[in-house]
Design a protein. Structure first.
Length: 434
């Protein structure tokens, strides 16, 4: 790997990579070669000057220390360079449609996505998905350390158990089936078998939305566990996972964060927790917006509550609990003290919802009553009911959005930037109007 050259001054090495930029100065030419580990300056003559951006090359030569005045402190290989002796072009590239050698691509979002196979090679774009990979891996590792087991939920489901029309219907060998909006019912069912489970799944939402925060296909980080005593244990487990994720991103992605001048969200000793009605009262007192009888928080309310949390509690994150029961799915656990509100909890971060979760019902008869009250058909949740008919312990869980977390850690303007191949109303790989 290119990064290994820092320890090989005076040695002959061979590197493989992509040509990032070429700079010719008379008989001497320089090329920045990039591989998965970093970037290295290569020095040579016409064999270097003849290279073009994005050529795949193999270069053999001697690693030398750079002259002191030529040291580049911004990169890990900034104290060395490779004097080329042999250059082999492995694959040529067409002429670039835009400058891939610039520090910033400065492209409009449609262009950035229309040339996705190329723009993903840019160091700053690659950094987004290095951070996202660490987020997902840290989610896994945090839960594995707590004795959770991973599963893969199906993307094709037989019915729409949570109601609503925002699902994709699929012709499945002559039968109507749907793309899953959530692995929730499957992960709850599996608590009865494994006690603690998690999944990293693609979910699908047929929401007619073109906002900067919604995707049609997204990556959901789901966790569910049993034998809990209260919804507070769910919130505590999620806080543990969030702190673990931030720790891993800080440790493994310092360079990527620096590219975006990004800092991890600020956390207080304990992430604050407030109820929905408390949050709405705070919004009313701060900006005069009266949302105190609403059943949910509007985007502007979420932004204001996050501002309050940072100013008053020193935290970029805040949990909001006790949402209105009838606005939640049939499996939510109503608060016995006031069944109007449920043992549900959302995590807000930097002005937007990052996750939802809470305690679930586990009593079969009560679940059945809710299914009927919510106007659902028992056959649509037959497998789920089957599990609870045979006894599932008190349980709860949460789901985090990987793209949304990535977006707000790096300060991206649009969630599509945080999706490798975003799907929305206007695009599947390319814009439909293209």
């Amino acid at each position: 790997m290119i990064l290994d050259t820092v320890k090989k001054i005076g040695e002959k090495v061979k590197i493989d990579g992509f040509v990032h930029v070429v700079r010719a100065h008379g008989k001497i030419a320089f090329a920045d070669i990039i591989d998965r580990s970093g970037v290295l300056q290569v020095v040579g003559g016409t064999e270097i000057a003849d290279l073009r951006p994005q050529y795949s090359v193999e270069v053999e030569g001697i690693v030398n220390a750079r002259p002191e005045k030529m040291i580049n402190d911004k990169i890990e290989t900034g104290k060395v360079e490779l004097s080329a002796e042999k250059v082999t072009v492995l694959a040529k590239s067409d002429e670039m449609p835009f400058d891939m050698g610039a520090e910033e691509l400065n492209l409009e979002l449609p262009t950035l996505l229309d040339y996705r196979s190329l723009t993903l090679r840019h160091p700053k774009i690659k950094a987004i998905f290095k951070v996202q990979a660490v987020i997902i891996d840290a989610f896994r590792q945090a839960l594995i350390k707590k004795d959770f087991i991973e599963f893969q939920a199906p993307s094709i489901i037989s019915s729409v158990p949570e109601g609503g029309a925002e699902v994709f219907k699929v012709d499945y060998f002559g039968h109507d089936v749907y793309l899953s909006q959530s692995p929730q019912l499957y992960k709850s069912l599996l608590v009865g078998a494994f006690e603690r489970v998690f999944s990293v799944n693609q979910i699908f939402r047929a929401e007619p939305s073109v906002t900067t925060r919604h995707l049609t296909e997204a990556t959901s980080l789901d966790a569910e566990f049993g034998f809990i005593n209260s919804w507070g244990e769910v919130q505590e487990m999620e806080e543990y996972v969030i702190r673990y994720i931030f720790s891993e991103v800080e440790k493994k992605c310092a360079g990527e964060l620096a590219l975006y001048n990004a800092t991890l969200p600020k956390l207080s000793t304990k992430i604050p927790v407030i109820k929905l009605r408390e949050a709405q009262e705070i919004v009313f007192k701060r900006i005069g917006r009266d949302c105190r009888n609403e059943k949910d928080l509007a985007p502007e309310d979420e932004r204001e509550i996050c501002k309050w949390a940072l100013e008053e509690k020193g935290s970029d994150l805040i949990f909001v609990s006790h949402f209105v029961t009838e606005k939640k799915p049939f499996y939510v656990y109503p608060d016995p003290a006031d069944p109007t509100y449920a043992f549900s909890v959302d995590l807000l971060g930097r002005g937007v919802e990052w996750s939802s979760g809470g305690q679930r019902l586990n009593d079969y008869k009560t679940i059945l009553e809710h299914v009927r009250e919510w106007g659902l058909k028992e056959k649509d949740v037959e497998l789920y009911l089957q599990s609870f008919r045979y006894g599932v312990p008190p349980l709860g869980g949460f789901a985090l959005g990987a793209e949304r977390m990535t977006m707000h850690i790096l300060g991206l303007k649009n969630i599509r930037e945080a999706s490798l191949f975003p799907r929305d109303m206007e695009r599947v790989d390319f814009r439909f109007s293209r």
